[in-house]
Design a protein around this ligand. Sequence first.
Ligand SMILES: [Zn+2]
Length: 232
Amino acid sequence: MKKELEALLAVQKQDLELKAFEEKIAGLRKHRETLEAAIAMEKTVVDDEKKQLDDLKKKGRERSLEVDTLDEHIRNDEKKIKEGLMSYKEMEAYRERADHDRKRMDHLEDEALALLNQAEAGEADYKNKEAAFLKWKFKIDAEIQELDQLVNQQRQRVTQGQANRGQLLPNVDPTLLKRYQQLQEDYDDPLAALRSSVCSGCKLRLSEITVERVREGNEIVSCEHCSRILYA
Ligand SMILES: [Zn+2]
């Protein structure tokens, strides 16, 4: 093989390696994103449950507060009835109101108790789910850290690869390099091997003349189908 092709082939080898590193990094990043999304989704579920529980507690507290207020009303009414400084009709009205308030208070007490019980049961359930979530998240976080380490490793390889490439470039003929870079816009492998009269890039059969010219190695020959630079 011509020496300039050999130098260019070394560059291509480096470029393909760099591309593989970049693809690996992209894959790792995608995996990381999937894990992050899974954590965010699970967190939403747990947070929603917490919110429902808090709402339940709030409702329970509100009912209890209503009970307290009613209790105070009833006491006031009873006090007034006891003092008896009113007409019979007024007293009857106070008694009626107190009876009504008592019934309502009983009802509210039941509601408050039911809400409290529900919140208590929900709390236990929530604690279990939260613990399970945190345990799971701990594992996923570790996995994410591992992915970050792998990305860093690949990045170091990219840096090293780019340095290697920089060292290889001066060995390549500038005109040939330019052609290589133009072809790189279409192909990962602008340099293709001649394998039993077939271009290893496009897999098409080459004419006898082309094959002969490549084998002779006196000039730079391109594939007549895909324009890749051929080497024997
Ligand atoms: Zn070809």
